[in-house]
Structure formats: structure tokens, C-alpha cells
Design a protein around this ligand. Sequence first.
Ligand code: BES
Ligand code: MN
Ligand code: ZN
Length: 486
Amino acid sequence: MNFNTRVAAPAAWSQLSCDALIVVSVGDGVPAGLDKTLAAVMSAAIKAGDLECKPGRSLLLMGAPGVSAPRVLFVVAADASAKAFGKAVLGAVQTLKAGGAREVALGLAGAAAGAAHAEAAVCACGEALYVYRHTKPSAAAAAPLKSMLLLCESDTRADLDEGLRLGRAVAEGVALARELGNRPGNHCTPSDLAAEARRLAKAHGLKVEVLDRKDCEKLGMGAFLAVAQGSDEPLKFIIARWNGAAKSQAPVVLVGKGITFDSGGISIKPAAEMDEMKFDMCGAASVLGTLKAVAALKAKVNLVGVIAACENLPSGRSIKPGDVVTSMSKQTVEILNTDAEGRLILCDALTYVERFKPAAVVDIATLTGACVIALGGVRSGLFTPDDALAGELTQAGERAGDPCWRMPVDAEYDEALKSNFADMGNVGPRAGGAITAAKFLQRFAGRLPWAHLDIAGSAWKSGAAKGATGRPVGLLTHFVLGRSKD
Ligand code: BES
Ligand code: MN
Ligand code: ZN
């Protein structure tokens, strides 16, 4: 879909030629300054009881008198924020996508739109129009919607254009993360992830290196290797770099959990909903999605994406509860539960990235069911002892409409990891499970400026709408851009 801006005051919207005009309004009644013709139509609809001025309500009209566009869609937003605007656009596009409109004009009436609104609109279109077809080619092809004109005033146009540019990049990154997340375990193996990284590298000028088992053995990645050893599917350790700034500039490093299927291993999971553990590589997918967005924007920043990818399966070669492994950092770990595998692959990845002397390291992982209980699907869990980094990531999430919430990392939580047989166990008690997982990782982050995002609740939806969300590509892209020099 194409996105552009068009200067058109709300007082002239009824004369626009397009297939569908979407009027997003805020507040009660007809917004001030709206085109007289449109205002009359809207007011009549409200009076007749066909349009209620409550958030989320909408009305689609064909052939409204005096209006050039054959379709007018009134949508009521909760407020004038970019978030509410994005929600309104999502609803509007979901309504229109099954119809005959190809060219759509979109305007916010009664309030000013800025860059964040434009970005939210593009991302909402991406969200509404994505169709998963990789293993279901019979699914309806993408809707006929071809282009969207964002209506604005001349003094806000440059802002909105910049928002559209950002939005296109973020939406593409989100779509990639969503697509990879949705692919089943047998269509998205560690090797497939590596191939995807190479494809991305070719298309966007990234540098990619893929390590295999032997390389990881040489590096002493005993924890990562331990998880991978139960599966016949070869592990991959993927390093992808975007060099957008001077070599002297310390890079931002993103580390993604890439468990392409998590059965739990010998500590096997119950059968119900185990299929959803194909999503256990959504952290890795978000790293690739963010690399794509940042490279597409040619951001003046150095970014390294690192992905530890393998399967977690039970077999005669699997790790067993009680086994002790030696991590790349030389710290030993007693594996009390083979289902706490994410932290085992990430701990070696965190040690590995020390070599980049990073300006910041963020790991992204579908790490704990406990985080789903704590935060549900709205906000990702953010864990870091670094207040400045916490502020940056929180702000990036708000700006992107991809929010997170800071959780505690007090030293007291660390005691849960004590082991009589190794430097630490890989699990603590059930209570506070998302925090002990973060405390485990913190032992390997050492002195790095580090943060951990637990996306177990936000990375995918269950139930009828089962599917990956592409989060937190929006948050991460804004965070990385915030570190760029332009
Ligand atoms: N990938 C899961 C976390 C998960 C579970 C995400 C359910 C979303 C929904 C992770 O590897 C895991 O199994 N964690 C265990 C840890 C426990 C054994 C300490 C969990 O959360 O149950
Ligand atoms: Mn697990
Ligand atoms: Zn897992």
C-alpha cells in the first residue's frame, strides 16, 4: 500500500476525489471546522441515532449527498492521541478492506495530527491488511486497498511525511516479525531463521555471520549447546550487523531468543496449547524485524542483532533435570527444569556480545509464563537496573504504541537461584518467576548496560485471533533511532 500526504483543510474534504473518505473525529458531536457538507451528513447521522459519538463507533455511508467520495466512513476516536488515531484507523481499514475501495483519504477532524499520528496510521494499515499465507495459500489475498492519502494542513505536512516514512519502515519490520513468528516449527527452523537473516542482509546491506555447533563448542557455549543437544535440528547462532555510523561508534546490541519450538524438553509441557510454543522465537523475529526497519531507514547508528536459535525437545540426548553445565562465562548452572531453556541460550549470547563493547544491550525473549500472569498482553515486561536505559525504552514504547512496564530487579530476588551443586540453578520458586528469570540473565550481563524485555504476553495472541503481533519491533526501532546521530 502507498502512503502520501495531501494538503486539504477539513473545510474542503467533501470535494476530495477518492474511493473512500475516512473522517476520524474526537469528542462529542460534529468536530469544529469540518466541511459544511460533511458536518450536515454527520449531524443527521447522529440525530437519527445511527452514529454514536463514543470511542470505536463508526458509520459507513454510500453516496452521501454533496460528497465527492462515493464512500464516507465516520470513525469516533477516544481522544486526539496517536494511539487513539491508530485504533480508529485500524477499525476503519478492517471495515473497508472487504469492499471495493482502492484509494482512501484519511483525516483527523477537530484536532491536529503529528508525526506519531501518521506513523500510527501506517502501522494500523499494516496490521489490518496482513494475511498469513505461508502454509495456507488458500487464504484470501491482500485486500484491494492501494493507497492512502493522509490529509493535513500545509504547516504540518513535513512532520506527517516524516511520520509516514517511519511508519512504512516500522510496519515492514513488524510484518516480518509477525510472519516469521506465525510460521510453524517445521517451516521455521534455526536454519530457516539463518536463511532469513541472509536474505535480509542481501536486500538491505547487512553483514551476517552464522555460527554452527562446532563454532559454539569452540567458544565454550555450554548452556546453549545443552539446550540444543536434544534435537536433531542443527542449532544456529546468528550475528547480523547494520553499520550506519562510524566504526568508532559503540553499537546497540539486540539479543533474541530463537527457540523455534519449546516442548519443555524432559520437563515436558502439557499438551494443551503446546502448539503456541512455535512462537518461542518471537524475540529472534523482533531482532530481524528491527534490523529491517533500521536498515530501511538508513539510520546513522551501528546495530548488532544476535540470535541464539535451536529447538527444545526431549530425546535420549536431552539434558536432564539435575544436569550441570558450564556456560561461556565459566559460571556453572544446575538445570533444575529443562523448560527454563530460554535463559540458558541467552546467557551465552550475553557473554558473547561483550566483544562488541556495546553502548547498550537489550535481550528480547518470550521468557516466562509468569510475565503473562503479571502483565497480560498489553505491556511487555522491562527489567534493568539502569534507570536511564529504562527511561529510554519506556519512552520508545510509548511513542511507538508498543508499550512496556518496568519490573523490579532487587538483589533479594537473586537468592532464589542458589544451588548446592553449581554457581546457580536455572529456576527459582513459582512466585516472582519473571523476575528470577531476569536475575539469572543479569548474572551474565555483568557490567554491560543491559535491559531485558520479557515479551511472553505481548508477542502473540491466543484464541480465535491466534497469531504473532510483531511486537516489540516498534519499541525497539524507536529505541535504536533514539541512539542514532541524526
Ligand atoms: N517459552 C516459555 C515461556 C512461556 C510460557 C511463554 C507460556 C508464553 C507462554 C519458557 O521457555 C518456559 O517454559 N518458561 C517456564 C519457566 C519455568 C520452568 C521456571 C515457565 O514460564 O513456565
Ligand atoms: Mn520453556
Ligand atoms: Zn521457551
